[in-house]
Design a protein around this ligand. Structure first.
Ligand code: PRP
Ligand code: URA
Length: 206
């Protein structure tokens, strides 16, 4: 399943991020806000359980979240989506997977992995702003599945049709959430119109 979360507030903020003259501070702030807005929708189906509580007016049964949430940003750029989601689910655990694209072959290279225990039972959100060829996210999800994860959602900002197709073929069980589905990949594997290199723009490295 692919869900495009094209709410006007999300789209407006994404437009700010796409502009070539948007600087690191504004880029990050808009990404933070989009991450929270996306999370609100992505967690709509989060299971809840009944709990007995006491309000100032007396006892009642209310609901609280019943499933552990694990957020797994793909380093580096995935970190840009982390805090905006964590702000809404502060009890979420965080795992990390380091992955970069070899810019010549476009193949993903893993350089770090550290996950909390219990991925079998938790809802695992893999975070990366860009789904280009899909290679990085597919490789990251392979690793997470090897550690037992079953319930996985992929949260990206911008996707290319090529990356969405590759992800659906490799991991048909993984729901994909995007703020926008863009037109195509260019000859060097960048999303068009996209927003350029997300990691560099988040961390000011270019
Ligand atoms: C970017 C992006 C994704 C990947 C997408 O990371 O954040 O992880 O490219 O491309 P793909 O779908 O073709 O694999 P990059 O390799 O630039 O590393 P960075 O996050 O450290 O900047
Ligand atoms: N990685 C990025 O950061 N941007 C793209 O457009 C493609 C891959």
């Amino acid at each position: 399943m692919v869900t495009i979360l094209d709410h006007p507030l999300i789209t407006h903020k994404l437009t700010n991020m796409r502009r070539a003259d948007t600087k690191t501070k504004d880029f990050r702030e808009n990404l933070d806000e989009i991450a929270s807005l996306m999370a609100y929708e992505i967690f709509r189906d989060l299971p809840t359980k009944d709990v007995k509580i006491t309000t100032p007016m007396g006892d009642c049964v209310s609901q609280e979240i019943a499933q552990e949430v694990v957020l797994i940003p793909i380093l580096r750029a995935g970190i840009g989506l982390l805090e905006g989601i964590r702000a809404l689910v502060p009890t979420a655990k965080v795992g990390f997977i380091g992955m970069y694209r070899n810019e010549e072959t476009l193949e993903p290279v893993e350089y770090f992995a550290k996950f909390p225990q219990g991925l079998e039972e938790s809802l695992n959100l893999v975070l990366d702003p860009m789904l280009a060829t899909g290679g990085s996210a597919i490789a990251a999800i392979n690793q997470i599945k090897k550690r037992g994860a079953k319930n996985i959602k992929l949260v990206c900002l911008v996707g290319a049709p090529e990356g969405v197709k590759a992800m659906q073929e490799a991991h048909p069980d993984v729901d994909i959430y995007l703020a926008a589905l863009d037109d195509h990949l260019n000859e060097i594997g960048y999303i068009v119109p996209g927003l350029g290199d997300a990691g560099d723009r988040i961390f000011g490295t270019k």
